[in-house]
Design a protein around this ligand. Structure first.
Ligand SMILES: *[C@@H]1O[C@H](CO)[C@@H](O)[C@H](O)[C@H]1NC(C)=O
Ligand SMILES: *[C@@H]1O[C@H](CO)[C@@H](O)[C@H](O)[C@H]1NC(C)=O
Ligand SMILES: CC(=O)N[C@H]1CO[C@H](CO)[C@@H](O)[C@@H]1O
Length: 240
């Protein structure tokens, strides 16, 4: 082995004495927020499905109308992790806990560090910020996925229209001369369904706020159902 390689290996093998939220800590905390949000998110999707079931022909149950939302729920499942990890680390919590004089304040790195940095103690101290980041991220992702024109929205719209057309086509009437006529889907009924879907989907960001216990007015300081402060702080401090 060349001398430079040995030196390099020796350098990276030095055990780090810096405590920071890395590896398992990052993954664990990100997953914990995604996991805690799974119920509120499911609740919002169920509300959407229930509204869709009112105007889609054939009166599907809210549970079966969830099928229309699969493009959104699938995209949420596959992309929520990366966005959440980035929003928390490194977009907000990162770096060493040193003040302007290069001194590490009391409580740092743990258990309650008054500097924004990348340690469990800092996440605990700024828990209200952390909680807000997790909420904002979740709301943004849901909003993106349910915005008209997005891939996921378009897929949902196509599925709903398909159902509308299939049902309309089957509707037969007997006209005055005793002939059976078939009602074909009209452009108008399609437009009607599209409009209704849009009206439902625009509520998604408000609904997630309400499910979290907010008023739906955009004030996100107090979201008691998406707080989880005690369990989360306990969990965060299980990491060194
Ligand atoms: C909320 O989240 C979005 C998406 O990640 C981000 O662009 C935005 O800056 C965040 N807003 C705040 C106030 O943190
Ligand atoms: C009844 O339906 C038949 C078959 O579609 C059509 O040929 C006929 O013109 C219709 N009669 C009336 C009165 O609408
Ligand atoms: C309601 C809920 O899911 N709470 C969980 C949030 O995450 C922490 C850490 O994983 C759990 O301890 C809570 O049970």
């Amino acid at each position: 082995m060349r001398k430079s390689t040995v030196l390099f290996l020796a350098l990276i093998a030095v055990p780090s004495t810096v405590t920071a939220c890395e590896g398992d800590c990052i993954v664990g905390i990100t997953r914990a927020f995604i996991g805690n949000y799974s119920e509120p998110v499911e609740h919002v999707m169920m509300t959407v499905a229930s509204q869709i079931s009112h105007f889609v022909p054939g009166s599907p149950t809210p549970e079966s109308a969830m099928e229309f939302l699969q493009p959104i729920t699938n995209a949420y499942s596959s992309s929520s992790y990366d966005g959440m990890e980035r929003a928390i680390f490194p977009n907000f919590f990162h770096g060493k806990c040193l003040d302007d004089n290069g001194v590490e304040p009391d409580g740092c790195p743990n258990p309650d560090c008054p500097l924004v940095c990348g340690t469990p103690g800092s996440l605990v101290h700024f828990y209200s910020k952390l909680r807000y980041i997790a909420f904002n991220q979740t709301r943004h992702l849901l909003k993106d996925l349910s915005t008209p024109g997005s891939d996921t929205y378009n897929q949902v719209e196509r599925a709903v229209i398909r159902r509308e057309n299939r049902k309309t086509r089957k509707r037969t009437t007997v006209n005055r001369s005793g002939f059976s006529t078939v009602a074909l889907p009209t452009k108008r009924s399609e437009d009607e369904v599209k409009k209704k879907l849009k009206n439902v989907m625009r509520n998604v960001p408000t609904w997630i706020e309400q499910v979290c216990g907010g008023s739906g007015s955009g004030d996100t300081n107090d979201l008691p159902q998406c707080n989880w402060e005690r369990e989360m702080k306990e969990y965060i401090l299980t990491f060194p």
